[in-house]
Design a protein around this ligand. Structure first.
Ligand code: SF4
Length: 375
């Protein structure tokens, strides 16, 4: 089981749970993941079962990763039925997948109301010559942020995902024999803006990371935002053990506002200090994501402006070739522009990676699969 750093115990998870109860399903069940050990024990005793059964259930769920009471064969039948009536363990299911030639897997995840989001598994070589898999999670159906280049926002915002729905995407990728996750890292950058669904996202990440639960290492989880500076300041001032990535995509207000409406609310003069405060308070390097779009932000002037921001923040820059979205005017920056852009950053001694074009044959850019399949 992966090592993780505990960030809080059951009571605090329960407090968070109470904040998001209003988003839970209305079929009388509650999410199992909102329970801590004392509340589970109390519930079992109230239902006429032995207290020690709580520990057995806990091990089934968090160690063996069994999410169907019928499969918890160490428990008596009456208790399995009790759990089935009382709790929702996972919410939503994988209904389709496609695998690209470069080993990007894109999965459609159906929610209980028949809507869809997507999750993506990206494979990349690691330092030891093996392969590292990163799971990309969605947090909203649609998105209200209106980034001009993004498919997720084309039909507007529908709703927030519950923490159970966010968590369930990750719990869908578990080896049924070993109980191990089928990925090494998580990045919260699928459909939706995670910080606009703050409580549910934090709750899901805390359950994944909690040492008494899934114990998934905080440093292997990255939250990616389009730049909600107020929320970045909020996480800078709280116990936030995860990594942060910010989608910059424009190194001047003029360019950024052209493609990201959020820049009107949080221009660079607000966003950059907020990222700085996060890095200072949390002691972690932030990643600046920069999708390169031809003729928009792939110029030498943008590269020089980006180098200045990255140096000021001691940030890492991740350059990503744009995946063209059908119906949108934007085009991928040509390779020679991308290489020239990266060279300016490297010459300025900025830590920078130029990402391979992963998943373009299966539309693995933000929102594209769900858009094609959505009701
Ligand atoms: S890029 Fe991200 S924040 Fe922007 S519209 Fe798409 S999903 Fe929303």
């Amino acid at each position: 089981m992966p090592e993780g750093s505990p960030i809080h115990g059951g009571q605090r998870i329960r407090d968070s749970f109470n904040k998001v109860l209003s988003t839970m399903p209305s079929d009388g069940k509650t999410s199992f993941f909102g329970e801590d050990m004392p509340s589970l024990e109390a519930l079992l005793i109230g239902g006429g079962f032995e207290k020690y059964r709580a520990r057995q259930i806990w091990q089934n769920v968090y160690l063996r990763k069994v999410f169907e009471p019928a499969k918890m064969t160490s428990l008596p039948l009456a208790l399995r039925e009790f759990l089935d009536k009382k709790f929702e363990f996972t919410s939503g299911k994988l209904v389709g997948d496609r695998r690209s030639a470069d080993d990007t897997g894109k999965f459609l995840f159906e929610l209980s109301d028949g809507r869809y989001v997507e999750c993506v598994i990206l494979e990349a070589p690691d330092e030891s010559g093996g392969t590292r898999k990163t799971l990309c999670l969605s947090t909203q159906v649609g998105c209200a942020q209106g980034c001009k280049f993004c498919a997720s926002t084309m039909r507007g915002f529908k709703r927030n995902l519950t923490y159970s729905e966010i968590l369930s995407q990750a719990l869908s990728f578990v080896d049924s024999v070993s109980g191990k996750f089928l990925f090494e890292n998580i990045v919260v950058m699928g459909m939706g803006e995670p910080l606009a669904n703050f409580d549910n996202v934090m709750m899901a990440l805390k359950i994944l990371n909690d040492a008494d639960r899934f114990n998934f290492g905080a440093r292997r989880i990255t939250l990616s935002t389009c730049g909600l500076a107020d929320k970045i300041l909020q996480i800078a001032r709280m116990d936030f053990p995860f990594r942060l990535a910010v989608s910059l995509h424009g190194a001047t207000d003029e360019v950024r506002s052209r493609i990201m409406p959020v820049n009107k609310r949080f221009p660079l003069e607000k966003l950059v200090p907020a990222i700085g405060e996060f890095s200072k308070n949390c002691g972690r390097m932030t990643t600046l994501e920069f999708i390169l779009i031809e003729g928009v932000n792939d110029t030498p002037e943008q590269a020089r402006a980006l180098a200045k921001i990255a140096k000021k923040l001691h940030a890492h820059v991740n350059l990503i070739p744009y995946n063209t979205v059908s119906g949108l005017e934007w085009r991928r920056s040509p390779l020679k522009n991308r290489l020239a852009f990266a060279k300016i950053l490297k010459d300025a001694k900025v830590s920078c990676t130029l990402r391979r074009e992963k998943g373009s044959d299966i539309d693995a850019a933000c929102g594209q699969l769900a858009l094609k399949s959505s009701k």
